[in-house]
Design a protein around this ligand. Structure first.
Ligand SMILES: *Cc1c(COP(=O)(O)O)cnc(C)c1O
Length: 427
């Protein structure tokens, strides 16, 4: 599949049926698998033979879908998780432990920020958050001797800041650590971070990949490009024997291409068990089959809506990297020449009250704490996700009281604009 274009990988990647086998990825809804001898079972447990034994660790349906996402990103190994949060957690915890440190962009999803700054901090991992637009000097100054990874988001949710992936990759590599990129909003259809130096990619597949609001899920993909053994002292978990797995040294046994995902499966999935259900993986695959078609329409609709709103007298500002007036327009063109995503944000004149009134009047756009869905939806963060903050705190968080996050679905753009028009006419 590796020579095919992204559209073909979306449709046919990850699963090639043999003679007389199901055309669609079969749902193997089985927790366990039968073997003829316990000697063979022993080999499976020693990771000497490959095969399925318990669906908490691996399942054929989930593996086929992970293999598709792996091909789409251009990686060497991948795993599905039960949510995007689990993917973010595993991606870092697989290489950083108590006493370690991680550099992260401050423009990341709120859930990821909490996971890093509060929960993982309690586990003894320190994070330094840097502005995505910091200088190279500021970025380099954030590293410590115990830094184990750098983390950022291609297009930050909800700030819609486009990351300079190359700048972050160069700094990570200069300090002998990998760059992990959350590529949820761009998807591999619009951006493939491995082509710009990222080493590991994570996804909340709940968003565009599923695309129909049907199943929560996540994915981690390894590029296979990071040389763990060259930085042996930093990554003992990958480069020294794992006593909890019969003394296996992952980087030796599974090589640069397979070590990271094998360890995440054999250790983290075994112990934390954030396993997706085979049925959810099947639904995710249905979404992936049309991802390339949907992303194009999401971007076209967002572009049309952003251009319309930018000219509207009742709108004070619009944030969308597809607008030439946007601070990230050039950077987005470099990393995402075919479009960014379908999410925009804007401010209504009349502040918080104006925003509330206008949203009440929308008929097509539903009020939801969700984004990146086939159906258009919107959210007023000051009233929902950021409700506990006062006006000053909201501004500091980059979420002013008048901000509306508007996620363009794949409906007709003229209908979406007419809906906004009638809602704005009433305020
Ligand atoms: C939603 C989201 C997550 C978390 O994913 P869940 O599937 O909700 O656990 C992580 N990163 C980004 C960018 C997201 O939008």
């Amino acid at each position: 599949m590796s020579n095919y274009k992204i559209e073909t990988k979306c449709v046919q990647g990850g699963y090639t049926p043999g003679n007389g086998e199901p055309r669609q990825i079969p749902i193997i809804q089985s927790t366990t698998f039968k073997y003829a001898t316990s000697e063979y079972m022993g080999k499976l447990f020693d990771l000497e033979a490959s095969g399925y034994f318990y669906s908490r660790l691996q399942n054929p349906t989930c593996d086929s879908v992970a293999a598709k996402i792996c091909e789409m990103e251009g990686g060497t190994a991948a795993m599905l998780t039960s949510s995007g949060q689990a993917a973010s957690f595993y991606s870092v915890f697989n290489i950083a432990t108590c006493g370690d440190h991680v550099v992260a962009s401050s423009a990341i999803y709120g859930g990821t920020y909490n996971l890093f700054a509060v929960t993982m901090k309690k586990m003894g991992i320190d994070f330094t958050f840097v502005s995505p637009d910091c200088t190279e000097e500021e970025l380099n100054a954030a590293f410590r001797p115990n830094t184990k990874a750098v983390f950022g988001e291609t297009i930050a949710n909800p700030a819609l800041i486009v990351l300079d992936i190359e700048k972050f990759a160069n700094a990570a590599h200069a300090h002998g650590v990998p760059l992990i990129i959350d590529n949820t909003f761009a998807t591999p259809v619009n951006c493939r971070p491995f082509e710009w130096g990222a080493d590991i990619v994570t996804h909340s597949t709940t968003k565009y990949m599923d695309g129909h609001g049907a199943a929560v899920g996540g994915c981690i993909v390894d590029s296979g490009k990071f040389d763990w053994m060259a930085h042996k002292e930093k990554f003992p978990g990958l480069c020294t024997p794992d006593d909890s797995y019969h003394g296996i040294t992952y980087a030796e046994k599974f090589g640069q291409e397979g070590a990271y995902i094998t360890k995440a499966t054999a250790q983290l999935m075994r112990d934390f068990g954030s396993t997706p259900s085979p049925y959810s993986a099947f639904l995710l695959n249905l979404g992936l089959e049309s991802l390339h078609v949907r992303m194009k329409r999401h971007c076209e609709n967002a572009q049309a809506v952003a251009e319309y709103l930018e000219k509207h007298p009742k709108i004070s500002w619009v944030n969308y990297a597809g607008l030439p007036s946007n601070q990230y327009y050039e950077r987005a063109k470099k990393y995402m020449p075919n479009g960014t995503c379908g999410v925009i944000s804007f401010g209504v004149k009349g502040g918080r009250t104006g925003a509330e009134l206008m949203m009440k009047n929308l008929k097509l756009a539903a009020i939801e704490t969700h984004v990146a869905d086939a159906r258009t939806c919107c959210l007023h963060p000051a009233n929902a996700t950021h409700r506990q903050m006062n006006e000053e705190e909201l501004i500091a968080a980059g979420v002013p009281g008048d901000l509306i996050r508007y996620s363009c679905g794949i409906e007709n753009a003229e209908d979406l604009i007419a809906d906004l028009e009638q809602a704005l006419a009433q305020i």
